[in-house]
Design a protein around this ligand. Sequence first.
Ligand SMILES: [Zn+2]
Length: 664
Amino acid sequence: MMQTPCKALLGAIALSLGCSAALPSLAVEAPGPGFPQFASAQAVSSACDSGLASAAVRLAQMEHRPADRRWLAAYDVFSAALEDLSSPIQFLSAVHPDKTLRDAAEACELRWNDFNSSLGQNARLYQAVRALRPADAIDRELRKTLIEGFDDAGVGLPAAQRTRAKQLMDRIGELGQTFDRNIRDAGVKLAFSEAELAGVPQAVWQGAARDDQGRLLLGLDYPTYGPVLQAGEVAATRERMWRAKTNEGGAANLTLLAEITRLRKAYASLFGAASWDEFVLRRRMAQTPAQALAFLGEVKTAVQSRERSELAELRQAKAAHLQQPADSVKVERWDVSFYTERVRRERYAVDQEAFRAYFPPQQSLQFALRLIERLMGVRYQRIEGAAAWHPEVQTYAVSDAASGQLLATLWVDLYPREGKYNHAAVWGLRSASKALKRPSQAALVVNFDRKGLTLDELETLLHELGHAVHNNLSATRHALQAGTSVKRDFVEAPSQMLEDWVFDKRVQKLFAEVCPDCTPVPDALLDKALAASHYGKGVRLSRQHLYASYDLALYGPEPADPMALWAGMEGDTPLGHVAGTTFPAGFSHIAGGYSAGYYGYLWSLVVAMDMRTAFGADRLDAAVGRRYRDTVLGNGSQRPPQALVHQFLGRDFNAKAFFDDLKR
Ligand SMILES: [Zn+2]
């Protein structure tokens, strides 16, 4: 997942899409490795006050600037300064260990939302950008994007509707923030006896606190939830865990999502759009909901029969496990991971848990960084002792291997803790610019088990590193067009492309370079894991299809209650809907930045799989890697995604690799 910085460029629309952070320090000053330090909530509030005051002064200067040749460059400096003043503080709301500090960061975020939604409606800046004569294609693309951002923020609406647009946008931002907080700060714990945890690796629970009856108290963090669902022998244990996870966010979030949906529809209607998805998709690769839905339909057709046959196999596996006749057992949703893993173990002799011994977390990170070094001509140097937001956070300087030039700072936050964002995501905190000689900054946030990673988790690490690299290796002229500022239905592609590098034996050999003492993962195990990875694809992609379809239906022209819509759509799938569960309450993607955009995961996977073909049999081909860095990553949004991919592949992208893979 990519958390997009709130950019001045996008104004209110960026906020409506739920961008959660943009980043601080002054625009053209070279960044040190240290993350800004705040001793207290009061210090956060003071920094927020001074940041907004500085922004107001800069805005006044910008408003009085003539729309001459240097206007775009000046606007980029202005925008970069806003990013530096706001984004580290906003990011802290997701990761700082102190709740009072997180709360202060959230309060600051609302004030920046207010500033940005007003900025998006600034008529003086809008007139200036319209009056510009762009010098070349890059400036022309930026001018176009800026105009679209102002238009979508409502600058051209009649006064009363303009005011309404700002109110809606600010309110949506506030509701989205509460939605995320309800998940992050819920602190749900479930109590289990050791017997109830039969099958779950002891390492998962042995350090857990116990209640007064001696039962172990387990949270819903991934290093706990994943193994319980995959390996827990007791169905009732899996069910309790699954229900708790599926009810994250609770009734309060269902109410919030209903209001967010209603407000987004109202927002779109101010612009004459029939729906929020129509309003949003006209700026995306997919262009219209109809095109996104047609693509989803093709995916559905391709995976439908595969899903059915996999579910039949899971039922056989469950019957065999329980020693009951197949027609007397039913596969429940909390059975899917468990029996999928069981089939994989039996058929391919692969056990995800067994990978933890080969992939210690720190060495896995070093391995992933070494892969990028080898492939893309960069160097990562750890900065020891650099202060961040938590003592365990690591800081890396990223430089160009050939020239030694500093390109970026990367922070990595590996392990779960109370009150921390509980999924995996990258925050682009600072956008690079060649004109400003401005290195980028990104934060990679995951929640891994200290005992080691499964192969799936190593894949997650490469996925997130793909986002970080997209930010870090950007080489655009303007910060406003840097790295991950690309269209939302393309932004996952660079990350998804790297995922299956984990199965490559030559790639895995890089592990020995960073950890000579680690036991190398056996080639035969990788072969089995690759074969096993195809099993379960029907169920997995059908689920992705459901999420994407639900998102588009929710934000489509017909108003719908989020829970009723979900119960109906999930109810139409082979495994049905489980009464009493509220999955949409925890679906933070669509409450935030991926609203009317979840289809982008499948859409960009098509591009990602086609881009992989350029590497052929050599996943370490540095010449292709360098070309990829220079064309796709380096260009950010200077050119549309289709054009970048064409430049990289030497042809238009197509869906052949994607649909071929569905047959494997
Ligand atoms: Zn992602």
